[in-house]
Design a protein around this ligand. Structure first.
Ligand code: THG
Length: 266
């Protein structure tokens, strides 16, 4: 089954930023409950918008969420020091978001990850920046898988993020990601593919239909996880339906449950 990483606890969202500033426990807990009820398999926690106080905000968010979390947290920060602090606070093995091939971040993160119980999101980013072709994404994914396996991580705990880029800047960006996902899945069937999808529609109108269609194509190519808003019923209905069509839903049980609950409609 497709794994949803609920993206809502992110201080780039205005209401979350306000709740964090006001230390509003009730708001954060209610949001997390709703994401879990909607089918999130992980709760992403990102305090990166609080410039200069990411560490304290992340600490407060984890203290706040942990007592009601029924699923693992996805600790989301570009700062290895924040990830290390957060890792020390959680009581079930988290997902760590993320490592990349950017030298400074890579070296610190690989040392930290050795021997840790966690899942890891690995971004196909290096010091030259965003990937420019499918081959570029695949080469970076291969290097990340190689290095993570070398420190003892299992393929099943590795989530490659191919870094989706806006189609509005270059209409080849969709095919670039799709081709890379197919190739990575062929090379490493046990490795997972995840990522934020809303980048694909950046700069265009009617973003939701673009995101829904793109996630369907990405799932066909082998993507099996995504960071998104699980309270968006249309995208959740699209994912459940695509999962069934890709034979990931035995006896169509999850689809039928979605219909009975009113989530899935024509
Ligand atoms: N890959 C990985 N991690 C990631 C991303 C990724 N973490 C952060 C981000 N991208 C995914 N998370 C979010 C969280 C919230 C929103 C988008 C992505 C969001 N955006 C609003 C919008 O797009 O309209 C704007 C903010 C607002 O609500 O004001 O909500 O790609 N590994």
């Amino acid at each position: 089954m497709f794994r949803i990483i609920g993206e809502r606890i992110n201080t780039s969202r205005k209401q979350v930023q306000t709740a964090v500033i006001e230390r509003n426990t009730g708001y954060i807990r209610m949001d997390v409950q709703q994401q879990q009820d909607a089918g999130a398999g992980f709760i992403d926690v990102n305090a990166g918008a609080g410039i200069g106080h990411e560490m304290e905000d992340m600490k407060w968010l984890i203290e706040t969420i942990q007592p009601i979390a029924r699923v693992p947290l996805c600790l989301d920060s570009p700062d290895p020091a924040v990830l290390e602090m957060a890792y020390g606070m959680v009581d079930q093995p988290p997902m760590i978001n993320s490592i990349s091939l950017e030298k400074e971040r890579f070296d610190v993160m690989i040392r930290f990850l050795k021997g840790k119980a966690c899942r890891i999101i690995a971004l196909c980013m290096d010091d030259s920046g965003m990937p420019v072709s499918s081959d570029d994404i695949v080469r970076r994914a291969e290097k990340l898988v190689f290095e993570l396996e070398a420190i003892g991580m299992k393929k099943d705990d590795i989530y490659i993020d191919p870094l989706v880029q806006p189609i509005s800047t270059d209409t080849c960006k969709g095919n670039m990601a799709l081709g890379a996902v197919r190739e990575i899945k062929t090379l490493f069937p046990q490795v997972h593919i995840t990522g934020g999808l809303s980048n694909i529609s950046y700069g265009l109108p009617q973003r939701k239909i673009i995101n829904q269609t793109f996630i369907t194509l990405m799932m066909g190519a082998g993507m099996d996880s995504a960071i998104l808003d699980p309270l968006d019923e249309r995208i959740m209905a699209t994912i459940k339906t695509a999962d069934m069509l890709l034979a990931h839903d035995d006896y169509c049980m999850a689809f039928l449950k979605g219909v009975r609950s009113g989530l899935i409609t024509s």
